[in-house]
Every structure is written in structure tokens, then in C-alpha cells.
Design a protein around this ligand. Structure first.
Ligand code: SIN
Length: 490
């Protein structure tokens, strides 16, 4: 089915560098395919190191003027970008759903989510206040000023092709930084459309540059940025091994880093929980985007006293989920992003079953729908030895594990190198704060499964990375502090 947009020119298929759209060099194209069918949607440039360096040349040249552009003017441009994103919600939602596979309602929702970060940082741009510091000696005035770090390289994932790029680019531009970015190879079209709208909103040439690249060529592009001392910051969302590689490779030029990496979120249902609310919360947290989010619960711990009731309610809800392509308005779960994703999910389910877990619903691929579909699944009797408990499944699988007491479940929840999100359900006020304090994660949901918000700080601890996106802290990662001391005032 052709992709029909009310503004077809939003489907860009070129790099954008120094204000110019640059077509792919023949023989260097990257195919963008529909995960629902495998059909080709478009071809975009498969960029190389020279393209990456050209993007930095442009961003570096534009930095001097952009950092001096009054914050209010930067804020107005961001506000116009936000308005344009929202007024193209339907087109952008269709692009997201087509290249990423999520149901159209979620595609539209992601556009609103992306815009919320742009609007938020339009406001924050005007609040990058510094400090006037009481001088410890007479005759001096002391100041802490906040300055943009410089050229920022943003490397973004495929699971939220609009929201992840918006929550990196918007704070960078708000702070006065210029940007080079590379979207995930599976989902470049949404990012290119967002950049086109940013240009239309008045982001000057060179301030925002984007290059696309295949999985094979991405290391060449990113290495060019890592080696370039003009790039002062890398912001990355993706896997922990890649995040650690970026941290190691940034050492020679001491770049600032924000790393939003993998998770292994626990979801705990205590015996005093509102069980219906806990099922609602798990449905939202686990099955949003087909289970393909870093904050998806990966391990579900249910107290043994309420396990059977919880499992029965959950299975009824999961078995009723409608699986299908984004083009089917009834779809609640779309295809997984690609064949590798489905292979991993299948491996996790088979490993769990081989080690004694039981499939309560789902558990298999859905070949009648297409190669990338996997049935929403609930497993019972899972434990910490299974791959699904140690690795991020990134798919629609809820593995249930029973527990007997609070200390035991907190130990299990924290027994992972990761520390992005955790969720728990309880109606006991003292337990709520005890458990929230004890969980070793950057984000905790208490009696709530939908945590995402532009006003909240998003980020992890341990192997889930560092830095915070969104909230009043979100600008900090794009600023450094300069101390100015003025003497001879008496
Ligand atoms: C992610 O999966 O990395 C982001 C999820 C979110 O913003 O809620």
C-alpha cells in the first residue's frame, strides 16, 4: 500500500547538511522497508565518513551565530517547530507507523509526545539562568554563567523515531548548541521529516544537520564524530554495549556524554495491591509499542498469594489484544521491527519453556500475518536463570515469577546490571516509600504504568547509562558552567 501524506514533500530521502538536501550518491543507498510486509518504502543515503565530517563542518560554522542568537528568538523558532509538528500530526504519525510498525493511534500519540519535548525546551531555553555568587572577599563580583557546549552529535533509536530525536535536538538547540544527527537505519524517514519541519520553522542552515546510514556504515559515521574534537557532546539512546563503546571512544577528546541505554525493568505486584489496577498498569507498560521500549517491564514478580488471580486477569487481556499492521485501525500490537527482533523473542520464549516455564497465552510467531509478528505472550514459572530474566526481550512477552516477601523481591529486582525503570503496585503507604527508595533505578512507577512525560527526568543508573532527558534537568547536559570573577570594584 503506498504511503499517502497530505504533504508528500515531507517524505524526504536526502541528507540535510548546511541547509541543503543532498541526494544519495548512486550505489550508496539504504533501503527503508515496511516491517509489516517487508516492502520497500524508500531509499535514503548510506552516508560515509566524508558526509559525517561535512555535517560537522556545517554545525561548527553555524555555532558562533546560533549561540549568540537571543534565547527568546531560539525559543520562538522551537515553538514554531512544535506548532508545525502538531499541525502535521497525521502525516508524521503515518510515517512513524509505516517505517516502525506501531499502530497508527500510537504513531499519532508519539507525534504529540515528541512535540511536548519541543514545546518544553522552547520554554526552558529562556530559563538557562546562571548564578551571582556572594564574593568571599571585598571588591569582587562572581558569576556562574551557563554556556552551550558546542556541536552535539545525536544518535537515535528506531523504537520512537520522532520522540527520541525531539528530546535530544530540542534541548540542544534551546541551549544554543548546533547538532549533527544520525537516526536509526530502520526508521530514518520520520527524522528527516522532523528536520524538514525544523528548517521550515526557521532553524538556520547548519544549525541542524542529519545524515542517514545503514547498520554497516553507521560505525564509520559515528567514528568520524568520535574522532572530531569539534564535536563536544554525544547523546545516544540504544544498547549498553554500544553506549560503553561510545564512552571509551570519547575519552581522547573528552566529550560530554548522555547515554540512555538498555533496561531490565522489574514490575512487582505486592499482595496488598489493587490487582485490577496492576493488570491495567502492566498492559500499558509492557505492551506499548509491542513491548519495544527501554522502560518496558522485562520481569514481572507477583506475590504468591495473588499470583493466580493476577495471571488469570492478565491472560484474558493479553489474549484479546488485536495484532495486525498499522493500516488495520483495530491493531493494538504491530509487527516487530525486523527479523533479528523476532528471533530474539522466540529464543527467549523457547529458552524459558525448556527451563520449565509454562506458556499461558501466545508463545509463537504469527506467520499468517507476516514474518515479523509475534503473539502477545504470558509465561508463568519463570526464574532468574532464564534468558528472558537476564536480557532485554524487547517484545510482547510478560514472564511471571512468584515471590514470598518484600526483601526477597527487592533483592531479585536489583539483581541486574541495569537500572532504568521499575514499577510496583501496593496500597501500603510505608511500603511504598521503602520500596521506592530500595529500587536501584532512575525511574520508579508506583501504582502507575504510564510514566513518560516531558516534565519528568528520564534516564537510568548502573548499566542503563547517565544523563537525564526532559524536565528542568534536561538542559544541563547541553550546557557547561563558566565562572567569571570581576575584581577592582572598590
Ligand atoms: C525508550 O524506550 O527509550 C523511551 C521510552 C519512553 O520515552 O517512554
Amino acid at each position: 500500500m503506498p504511503l499517502t501524506l497530505s504533504r508528500p514533500e515531507l517524505q524526504r530521502t536526502a541528507n540535510y547538511i548546511a541547509g541543503e538536501w543532498l541526494r544519495p550518491v548512486p550505489g550508496h543507498a539504504l533501503d527503508v522497508t515496511d516491517p509489516a510486509t517487508g516492502a520497500l518504502i524508500a531509499q535514503v543515503p548510506d552516508s560515509n565518513a566524508a558526509d559525517a565530517r561535512a555535517a560537522v563542518d556545517a554545525a561548527h560554522a553555524a555555532f558562533a551565530a546560533w549561540r549568540k542568537t537571543p534565547a527568546k528568538q531560539r525559543a520562538q523558532i522551537l515553538k514554531r517547530w512544535n506548532d508545525l509538528v502538531l499541525s502535521h500530526q497525521e502525516d508524521l504519525g503515518r510515517l512513524i507507523s509505516r517505517e516502525q510498525g506501531k499502530p497508527l493511534a500510537e504513531g499519532r500519540g508519539e507525534v504529540a509526545y515528541a512535540a511536548s519535548y519541543i514545546e518544553w525546551f522552547a520554554q526552558e531555553a529562556t530559563r538557562a539562568n546562571g548564578d551571582v555568587i556572594p564574593a568571599p572577599v571585598p571588591g569582587r563580583r562572581m558569576f556562574a554563567l551557563r554556556e552551550p557546549v558546542g556541536v552535539v552529535a545525536a544518535v537515535t533509536p528506531w523504537n520512537f523515531p520522532a520522540a527520541m530525536i525531539a528530546r535530544k535536538i530540542a534541548p540542544a538547540l534551546a541551549a544554543g548548541c548546533t547538532v549533527v544527527c544520525k537516526p536509526a537505519e530502520d526508521t530514518p524517514l520520520t527524522s528527516l521529516a522532523l528536520v524538514a519541519l525544523a528548517a521550515e520553522a526557521g532553524v538556520p542552515p547548519g544549525v541542524l544537520n542529519i545524515v542517514t546510514a545503514s547498520r554497516e556504515r553507521t560505525p564509520e559515521v559515528v567514528d568520524a564524530w568520535l574522532d572530531d574534537a569539534r564535536v563536544r557532546k554525544i547523546t545516544f539512546t540504544g544498547s549498553t554495549p554500544v553506549g560503553k563503546h561510545l564512552a571509551r571512544r570519547s575519552a581522547d577528546t573528552l566529550k560530554k556524554l548522555s547515554l540512555e541505554l538498555g533496561g531490565n525493568a522489574p514490575f512487582i505486584v505486592f499482595e496488598d495491591a489493587d490487582i485490577e489496577a496492576a493488570v491495567d498498569g502492566l498492559m500499558i507498560a509492557k505492551f506499548r509499542n509491542g513491548g519495544q521500549t527501554c522502560v518496558c517491564p522485562n520481569r514481572v514478580f507477583v506475590h504468591e498469594a495473588v499470583h493466580d488471580r493476577f495471571a488469570a486477569l492478565l491472560v484474558a487481556r493479553v489474549a484479546a489484544l488485536h495484532v495486525g499492521p498499522a493500516s488495520d485501525a483495530a491493531s493494538q500490537i504491530g509487527p516487530m521491527i525486523n527479523a533479528r527482533a523476532v528471533e530474539k523473542i522466540e529464543r527467549h520464549v523457547q529458552d524459558a519453556v525448556a527451563r520449565g516455564a509454562r506458556v499461558l497465552t501466545g508463545g509463537t510467531r504469527l506467520p499468517a500475518l507476516g514474518a515479523n509478528y509475534f503473539a502477545p505472550t504470558v509465561l508463568a514459572g519463570t526464574d532468574a536463570t532464564m534468558a528472558c530474566a537476564c536480557e532485554e526481550t524487547f517484545g510482547p512477552v510478560a514472564p511471571l515469577t512468584t515471590f514470598a516477601n518484600e526483601a526477597e523481591v527487592i533483592a531479585q529486582a536489583n539483581d541486574t546490571p541495569f537500572g532504568l525503570a521499575a514499577y510496583f503496585y501496593s496500597r501500603d503507604a510505608s511500603r511504598i516509600w521503602r520500596v521506592a527508595d530500595a529500587l536501584e533505578t532512575g525511574i520508579v512507577g508506583v501504582n502507575e504504568g504510564a510514566l513518560a512525560a516531558e516534565a519528568a527526568p528520564f534516564g537510568g543508573v548502573k548499566d542503563s547509562g547517565y544523563g537525564r532527558e526532559g524536565s528542568v534537568h534536561g538542559l544541563d547536559d547541553y550546557l557547561h558552567t563558566k565562572y567569571v570573577c570581576q575584581g577592582q570594584l572598590d
